[in-house]
Design a protein around this ligand. Structure first.
Ligand SMILES: O=c1[nH]c(=O)n([C@H]2C[C@H](O)[C@@H](COP(=O)(O)O)O2)cc1CO
Ligand SMILES: [Zn+2]
Length: 161
């Protein structure tokens, strides 16, 4: 008989997004994304970080002041889209832990992604998030908040020792 405590597709894809977020060097908010096609194949992943060549150790991770991370950071969603390297994302789904901003919404819409699945929306009151929802709605991109039945999945590298 098959085991019953396997993870669902949603847990798997959001789990991949959350694992990608663990690569982020942002001290305040780590975001991960995972793009999946209609056949449930993972096309790409991404997390928020600076562009190639822009060192995490020399560019600023500050949130305030003249030189902030906001000038440099590539958002997780955009990185996932760019990491697909021109593969068609038509009709695909984007799993991301944080609801996408307006700039990511533009890229999501233009790349043909038709659904955004997210976990939380901590910047819901910001103008960027309101604009994002306005655009995603207008373009017919579905937005679905995931309500998972478990809070954690443990990754144990020693489980078969
Ligand atoms: O859609 C997003 N995707 C994404 O990757 N981010 C990143 C940019 C920043 O590195 C971080 C937000 O930083 P903070 O919460 O400190 O303002 O999350 C931020 C948003 C905004 O919602
Ligand atoms: Zn964004």
């Amino acid at each position: 008989m098959k085991r019953e405590d396997y993870i669902s597709w949603d847990e798997y894809f959001m789990g991949v997004a959350v694992l990608a977020a663990k690569r982020s060097k942002d001290p305040n908010t780590q975001v991960g994304a995972c793009i999946v096609n209609k056949s449930k194949r993972i096309l790409s992943t991404g997390y928020n970080g600076f562009p190639y060549g822009c060192s995490d150790d020399t560019f600023s991770w500050d949130r305030e002041g003249e030189d902030t991370k906001y000038q440099y950071v590539v958002h997780a969603e955009l990185n996932a889209i760019l990491n697909a390297h021109g593969k068609s994302l038509e009709g695909s789904r984007l799993y991301v832990d944080l609801f996408p901003c307006n700039e990511c919404a533009k890229a999501i819409i233009q790349s043909g992604i038709t659904e955004v699945v997210y976990l939380y929306d901590k910047y819901a009151d910001e103008p960027e998030t309101i604009a994002s929802k306005k655009m995603l709605n207008a373009a017919g991109v579905r937005t679905t908040q995931l309500n998972l039945h478990r809070d954690t999945i443990t990754i144990d590298f020693n489980r078969n020792k």
